[in-house]
Ligand binder design. Sequence first.
Ligand SMILES: NC(=O)c1ccc[n+]([C@@H]2O[C@H](COP(=O)([O-])OP(=O)(O)OC[C@H]3O[C@@H](n4cnc5c(N)ncnc54)[C@H](OP(=O)(O)O)[C@@H]3O)[C@@H](O)[C@H]2O)c1
Length: 252
Amino acid sequence: MTTSQTPFHLSGKTILITGASSGIGRATAIACSKLGASCILTGRNDERLHETQKQLLGEGHFCIAADLTQTDDREKLMQQMPTLDGLVWCAGVVNPFPIRFLDEQKIRETFSINYDAVVLTMASMIKHKKLNRNASLVFMSSISAAHPHKGGALYGSSKIALETFSKTLALELYPQKIRSNCIAAAMVQTPMYEQAEERMSKEEMDKHVSRYPLGTGKPEDVAHAAIYFLSDASAWVTGTSLTLDGGFLLHG
Ligand SMILES: NC(=O)c1ccc[n+]([C@@H]2O[C@H](COP(=O)([O-])OP(=O)(O)OC[C@H]3O[C@@H](n4cnc5c(N)ncnc54)[C@H](OP(=O)(O)O)[C@@H]3O)[C@@H](O)[C@H]2O)c1
C-alpha cells in the first residue's frame, strides 16, 4: 500500500498551523509535510517560522507572520491564505500564578491568545468562507482543562473554554462535514516545558516526571495524533477531546 492509499495520508490537503514557529506546532508542520500536505505556517517570529519551513518536505509551503491577538494581523492572514482542508491551532501561552496574584492584565495575557484569538480567527474564517467542505479543525487543549492544578486557573480555564468552543464549532459546521476536535496533552518536551522546568525545583520536577508511566511527551507524539484528526481516517470523529498523557492520569 502506498502512502496515498492509506486513509492517514494528507496529500492534496492545505493545512494552516498556528504556533508553527516552535514546539508542537513545528513538529506538526513537519509531520504533515511528510504525509503530503501543503502547510501554511503562522506565528509571530518570522525567523523561527522560516526555520520550520526549511525542515518541511515537498512543495507549496509558506509562512505568514502574525500576532493572532491583533485584528490587523488576523485580517492579513485571512487575505493571504487560501481555503483550508485543515487547521491545527497550537498558538498559546502558559502564565501560571496563584489566584491571589491574578488581575485583569494577567487574564488578558492568557485569554487573548488561548481563547479570544481562536474565536475571532474562526469567526473570520467562516465569514470569509476559508474552510473547504470536509475540513478538519484541531485545537491544542491540555489535561489542565479537566484536571486543574495550583497556579493554573487561567491556563486551565482558557483550555476548557477552548474545548467548549471546539464542540460548538462541531455542531455548527457539521452540515458542511467540517469536523472539530481537541487534543488534551500532559507535559510535552517543548520550550513551554522548559519554562515549567525553570519555575519548579529539581525535586518537584523529578517527582512530577516520575508520575508518567511512559515518560513525558515529545512534540512528535502530539503531531501524530493531529495527523489522525486531519486525515480521512477520523472521518467519523467530531466534537471530541483526545487525552495524550503517557499514562499520567492513571494515578488519579
Ligand atoms: N508543552 C506542553 O507541555 C503542552 C501540554 C499541553 C498543551 N500544550 C499546548 O500546545 C500548544 C503548543 O505548545 P508548545 O509547547 O509547542 O509551546 P511553545 O513551544 O511555547 O510554542 C507556542 C507557540 O505559540 C505561538 N504564539 C504565542 N503567542 C502568540 C500570538 N500572540 N500570536 C501568534 N502566535 C503566538 C508562538 O509563536 P512565536 O514564538 O512566533 O510568537 C509559538 O509558536 C499550546 O497551546 C499549549 O497550551 C502544550
